[in-house]
Design a binder for this molecule. Structure first.
Ligand code: ATP
Ligand code: MG
Ligand code: FE
Length: 328
């Protein structure tokens, strides 16, 4: 069955057509990064209005690219939370309208569950249970997945999300917005051992914390103004990745997982990808990395999660609203 997925939780307007929960026929993402860059972050009201302008052409493009006719779409899935309320409402209202007109089920999808599915899209044969390290702009979670739809949150951040830390440090370093990709590039030119930085709670538990690291970066730069941006970026990235690697491996050992999957925008980070692949290999774990385009926000992961949800839970009522603070 072909599912049309719609994603508008933050500043990406996206639509995709996915068959059978894993075969991606099209995935169109229109990023509003340029619109928000001058403000140094996402402005909610501007995001909502941009979704209204962009969503219809993005859906049309996704359908045309997929080669699937309107009447062949079997269900319409949209992210209903977590995210910005106005932005979510645009996607939810559009999906419900299309489902009504086409007379097919509407499926409300949890954005975090969609991020969890991204790794499975690129590696559908992965053996469960796995531990998913979900590292995005707003969340940092370690999740055990026994089956699609069956999750247990094992741990997470006590303060900033990993992506938030990347964005805040990049802003402090004058690297612009969004900060993750800029730090990734700068770090390749820098020395990861140049600045001594803390690895919070490295040796115990499955909780993480990044706000102290951000403060340590700022304090070091104030005391050592001669330090280069590249060295700070490399040292900061190494500190984040060391902690993420250690926690993911500990979580996998704790639940007897067969593998580790990454998800969320920070999973596009080149150092995290190479370090976790190497560490997982040493521990005999299969490491599944979504392609970088499936790490950041997209609608293919929403369509995939929607397909699984339709099979396991069924359609969602048409009075479903946006839930900005939705958890996993
Ligand atoms: P959430 O999914 O928690 O609601 P979000 O949808 O805004 O938040 P994503 O789109 O999954 O988050 O990810 C965006 C985050 O990923 C940003 O913080 C961005 O800086 C970070 N990011 C993107 N690419 C990289 C990279 N190469 N290295 C590190 N961080 C990155
Ligand atoms: Mg975004
Ligand atoms: Fe996201």
């Amino acid at each position: 069955m072909a599912v049309l997925g719609i994603e508008t939780s933050c500043d990406e307007t996206a639509a995709a057509v996915v068959v059978g929960g894993s075969r991606v026929l099209s995935s169109v993402v229109s990023s509003q990064v340029d619109v928000h860059a001058r403000y140094g972050g996402v402005v909610p009201e501007i995001a909502s209005r941009a979704h209204v302008d962009l969503l219809t052409p993005v859906v049309a493009e996704a359908l045309v690219e997929s080669g699937v006719a309107d009447r062949e779409v079997g269900a319409v899935a949209a992210t209903y939370g977590p995210g910005l309320v106005g932005a979510l409402l645009v996607g939810v209202a559009t999906a419900k309208a299309l489902a009504l007109v086409w007379d097919v089920p509407f499926v409300a999808v949890n954005h975090l569950e969609a991020h969890l599915h991204a790794a499975l899209l690129d590696d559908p044969d992965v053996e469960l249970p796995v531990v998913v390290l979900l590292v995005s702009g707003g969340h940092t979670l370690l999740v055990a997945m026994d089956a699609p739809g069956s999750y247990e949150v094992l741990g997470g951040t006590l303060d900033d999300a990993a992506g938030e830390a990347f964005d805040k440090v990049a802003r402090f370093l004058g690297l612009g917005y969004p900060g993750g990709p800029a730090i990734d590039v700068a770090a390749r030119r820098g020395d990861p051992t140049a600045v001594p930085l803390p690895r919070a709670m490295l040796d115990d538990g499955l909780e993480l914390s990044f706000s102290g690291l951000k403060t340590a970066v700022i304090n070091h730069c104030r005391r050592h103004p001669e330090v280069t941006t590249d060295d700070v970026a490399a040292s900061f990235q190494a500190a984040v990745v060391d902690v993420l690697e250690a926690k993911a491996l500990r979580a996998a050992a704790q639940v007897g997982a067969r593998g580790i999957c990454l998800g969320g925008g920070v999973a596009a980070n080149s150092q995290l990808r190479s370090q976790i692949t190497a560490a997982g290999g040493r521990a005999g774990l299969r490491v599944s990395l979504p392609s970088p385009a499936m790490c950041t926000d997209n609608a293919a992961m929403v369509a995939a999660a929607g397909w699984h949800r339709l099979r396991t839970v069924g359609p969602s009522p048409l009075d479903t609203g946006a839930v900005p603070g939705l958890g996993l």
